[in-house]
Design a binder for this molecule. Structure first.
Ligand SMILES: *Cc1c(COP(=O)(O)O)cnc(C)c1O
Length: 956
């Protein structure tokens, strides 16, 4: 009998185990891949890739890695420091009961939360159906013709309404009127947005709206104190002057009160949070925008439309993309890229589940509770406003004494001033809540039902809703849990997300979203905290936020971080606002030019434009590097007016450029500031720090580098990180007095998803974060190297290596064979893969970013597919496959295509469906064949498909 040598307890405990779970390849695979790339070790490879001038000398000053269990215990202790009171604060955020079937099967289900933005229509039909339900729901309830697929929050949606009104109105006025009845955070964000655009804000009572010559007005319906006002007369006056009426509203209230579209609103915005999405201390939630059809080409944000596939079947796609930043750049209608898809999906499912009757019942019950409470308070001699839905405006009271009493009862009321407060009721309010609330005011309710019987409704009789909504069958079918469960499953099955395949998207860093990172998000201590709860109740959040900010400061080399921006593009906006305010504080307000290399992401120029800056585009050289001489020339030429340079590092071309330090120097010599787009931080963490090589500010994408899942196109968190001289100019928090206003509705943006990044950094520790970066570099170079004989990599950096992504050039093949990057992207679907990034940053190419989380097995599977596709292209080249009738041009192939009784193509069915034998073991069938983009943009249709169309399809 042989004894193996004893292993120590410490070695067996393996505190760094999470690192090996997060990083795909094991040490043997890493060694093998390093050989392919031609390096001895990760260190020597890193040295060969990263310029010495930027490399960090010291390791990250972060703790060592810990296990999932240890990290969960730590964050549990943090969560326990939050005290969740019953919240009746309202002000745009209301309690809701997330249906458990939606909680588990959407919010906690990787099939939904790990999906990417639906650019590849054929593999995104499920989430696009959910989004078109969202659009239909918002359009129906608001009484408008068209609605988009979500915006970041109600406040930024209101700011977008202002700029949409400016673009679309006939009025020549430069004034935007904002009612003092809008939520305070909405006013804050609109004010921030107006200032750099030179729009003059006039804030006043509703009664002043008609008397102000404005290009647009913003009203709140019901208003922030709960009162439901008749705005028809105002709308008529504004229209007569050529202005537009924007309204912020509440979807639940709209089930009972007249739709804004019925009394003259042109643009309607709001938050869908109370449709099943928890408070989350401010977010994420899906805001919406609905408007008249006439403005659809000028609308901000993503829009799902209906088109047809090659078989003539109805199919969804992102429509009117020519409005968007990725195509129109500084002329885009907004800088929105990531929005709030996952939360929009949740809200839409809430409406699908409850249907119009269920929603109306929830609204009626909420309203009855509010009316009953008002009666009881009035009986006790308290003054309560009239004409409300769910919010009571209580005046003439000793507010401080009442808040103290409420605090004792673990109840939060909205603080207004010394003599007034408000109480917002919601779906989650109970009879016991009502009794407790009344008791605070010395009122006692002995018999709720008796009081109910003697209390009339409090809705203004002239504004009671008479019109139908949500009449489409989708909102009238899935009302049992089984039905909804199966509907959600059927939609998820149509899509490819990270739970089925790697999503090798260049620039977007689709890496593992570990379950342990996700678990704390739905803990009630994080999920159920109202964003305006007193600070003393949110000590856990404070610790989490302070801790995460410090971690990000350490990872980036900057001095301060704001977590308020709720997307990367909002982070850019916040960073550029900081630069703008800094120049102004130094008496340099003429500095308004932003240099942006032509290879930049579209959000860069769009954000600069929003900050009132003029964009000057600089060139890239033949190697894909930003052209330093062109930057020098532009900086010299515009020296007096130079505000900033925006540069992405490593570049969007996937290389570590040598000259970045020199570039920072040039910009600084001419008085400008350097903005580094941090979307590519996955190539830098633990290796180099932008804040240390001369950059002044960056945004990060926590939904890329720091493991927040993409959600099918949001949520995101785009922290803005700055050097100390810009720290005073970070976005302020609600009620704070500092020079730059808020960029998001909530002080800490999408706070409830911050545990994900906190858990990631905590479990990886300093050594794990660095290794993740190195393996990300290795995986990209392995893919580039193995595909080199088949597809040339467009740009490489020092020693012929790429950074964390590589651009495969398909343009020569297109010239020779007519097969282009899009055909390859669609053919990959037949292999069960999500395509890489198509035609960004270079048209006709595919950009592959495998990330550290993909194992060698998965990389090889992808490489095999790409090689097989190359063989097919070669067969076209050699005349063995027809130039037009080949599996690439007709990809992707649906099950109906290949199983039809007739097969007329010039290539075999088996090649169409099973180009690799391994696919016979596991096969993804796309629900539609290639979607027609031209048809979709010519025939704009952005609501649920009428049922007749389905019938015709089934009969055909
Ligand atoms: C993703 C990305 C952005 C925008 O981030 P969002 O969160 O989508 O707004 C900006 N720049 C680059 C290089 C990106 O990859």
């Amino acid at each position: 009998m042989s004894h193996s040598p004893k292993v120590s307890l410490r070695d067996l405990e393996n505190h760094g185990a999470f690192i090996d779970r997060h990083i795909g390849p094991d040490d043997a695979e890493i060694a093998q891949m390093l050989r392919v790339v031609g390096h001895e070790s990760l260190e020597s490879m890193t040295d060969a890739i990263v310029p010495a001038s930027i490399k960090s000398a010291a390791p990250l000053a972060l703790p060592e890695a810990i296990t999932e269990e240890e990290a969960l215990a730590k964050i549990r202790a943090i969560a326990d420091k939050n005290q969740v009171f019953r919240s009746f604060i309202g002000q745009g955020y209301y309690g809701t009961l997330t249906p458990n079937v939606i909680l588990r099967n959407i919010l906690e289900n990787p099939a939904w939360y790990t999906a990417y933005t639906p650019y590849q229509a054929e593999i995104s039909q499920g989430r696009m159906e959910a989004l078109i339900n969202f659009q239909t729901m918002c359009a129906d309830l608001t009484g408008m013709e068209i609605a988009n697929a979500s915006l970041l929050d109600e406040a930024s949606a209101a700011a977008e309404a202002m700029t949409l009104a400016k673009r679309s109105c006939k009025s020549k006025s430069n004034v935007f009127f904002v009612s003092s009845g809008v939520h305070p955070q909405t006013l804050e964000v609109v004010r921030t947005r107006a200032e750099p655009l030179g729009i003059e804000l006039v804030v006043g009572a509703d009664s002043d709206a008609a008397g102000t010559d404005a290009f647009g007005v913003l009203l709140q319906y019901p208003d922030t104190f709960g009162s439901i006002n008749d705005y028809k007369a105002i709308a008529d006056v504004v229209h007569a002057r050529g202005g537009l009426v924007s309204v912020a509203t509440d979807l639940l209230a709209l089930t009972l009160i007249a739709a804004p579209g019925e009394w003259g609103a042109d643009i309607v915005v709001g938050n869908s949070q109370r449709f099943g999405v928890p408070f989350g201390f401010g977010g994420p939630h899906a805001a919406f925008m609905a408007c008249r059809d006439a403005y659809k080409r000028s609308m901000p944000g993503r829009l799902i439309g209906v088109s047809i596939d090659t078989e003539g079947k109805a199919a969804y796609r992102l429509t009117l993309q020519t409005r968007e930043q990725h195509i129109r750049r500084e002329k885009a209608t907004s800088n929105i890229c990531t929005a709030q898809v996952l939360l929009a999906v949740m809200a839409s499912m809430y409406a699908v589940y409850h249907g119009p009757q269920g929603l109306t019942r929830i609204a009626r019950r909420t309203h009855r509770l509010a009316a009953i409470l008002a009666s009881s308070l009035r009986q006790a001699g308290i003054t309560v406003g009239d004409g409300f839905f769910d919010t009571l405006h209580v005046t003439g009271v000793d507010a401080a004494a009442l808040h103290a009493k409420a605090d004792q009862a673990r109840i939060n009321l909205r603080r207004i001033d010394a003599g007034s407060l408000s109480i917002s009721l919601d779906e989650s309010t109970t009879r016991a809540d009502l009794i407790a609330l009344a008791a605070l005011f010395g009122a006692s309710i002995s018999d709720i039902d008796a009081l109910d019987a003697s209390t009339a409704d409090a809705l203004p009789p002239t504004l009671v809703r008479g019109s139908d909504f949500l009449t489409h069958p989708v909102f009238n079918t899935h009302h049992s849990e089984h039905d909804l469960l199966r509907y959600m499953r059927a939609l998820a099955d149509k899509d490819l997300a990270m739970d089925r395949t790697m999503i090798p998207l260049g620039s977007c860093t689709m890496k593992l979203n570990a379950t342990a990172e996700m678990i704390p998000v739905t803990w009630p201590e994080f999920a159920n905290m109202h964003p305006l709860a007193p600070a003393a109740q949110a000590l856990g959040y404070k610790e989490l936020i302070d801790g995460l900010e410090a971690m990000l400061v350490e990872c980036t080399g900057y001095d301060a971080v704001s977590l308020q921006p709720n997307s990367g593009a909002q982070g850019e906006y916040a960073g550029l606002l900081a630069i703008r305010a800094y120049h102004r504080a130094n008496g340099q307000s003429q500095r308004d030019i932003c240099l942006i290399p032509e290879s930049a992401h579209g959000t860069n120029p769009a954000s600069a434009h929003l900050c009132g800056m003029s964009v000057v585009v600089t060139k890239c050289d033949a190697n894909g590097n930003v052209d330093v001489e062109d930057i020098r020339r532009a900086a010299e030429k515009h020296s007096d007016r130079l505000a900033a340079l925006m540069i992405t590092y490593p570049s969007t071309h996937g290389v570590f450029e040598e000259d970045v330090v020199e570039i920072c120097k040039i910009v600084h010599e001419h008085g400008g500031q350097v903005y580094t787009d941090g979307a590519n931080m996955n190539a830098l963490v633990g290796v180099a720090k932008p804040g240390k090589w001369g950059s002044d500010v960056s945004h990060l994408n926590l939904h890329k580098t720091f493991c927040i899942p993409h959600g099918g196109g949001g949520p995101g968190v785009g922290p803005c990180a700055v050097k100390s001289h810009l720290a005073p100019f970070l976005p302020r928090k609600l009620g704070e007095d500092s020079p730059v206003g808020m960029v998001s509705a909530a002080s800490f943006g999408s706070a409830s998803i911050l545990p994900i990044s906190w858990m990631y950094i905590t479990m990886m520790g300093q050594q794990g974060l660095r290794k993740a970066t190195q393996v990300a570099l290795l995986n990209a170079n392995y893919v580039a190297k193995r595909l080199e004989p088949h597809y040339p990599t467009l740009y490489t950096g020092r020693n012929g290596l790429v950074a964390h992504e590589c651009i495969l050039d398909l343009r020569p093949l297109k010239d020779a064979t007519g097969i282009g990057a899009e055909d390859v992207a669609k053919r990959l679907i037949d292999f069960g893969f999500h395509a890489p990034t198509l035609s960004f940053p270079v048209s006709g190419t595919l950009m592959v970013e495998p990330t550290e989380s993909e194992s060698q097995v998965e990389l090889d599977r992808f490489i095999d597919a790409m090689i097989q596709i190359r063989d097919e292209i070669r067969a076209v080249e050699e005349g063995k496959l027809d130039r037009e009738d080949n599996p690439l041009k007709h990809a992707p192939h649906t099950a109906t295509m290949v199983s039809g009784s007739e097969w007329t193509h010039a290539y075999p069915r088996e090649l169409a469906a099973f180009p690799l034998a391994s696919l016979k073991l596991q096969k993804y069938w796309p629900p539609v064949s290639r979607v027609d983009n031209v048809y979709g943009d010519k025939n704009i249709m952005c609501a649920c498909i009428p049922v007749d169309a389905y019938k015709e399809e089934a009969d055909a």
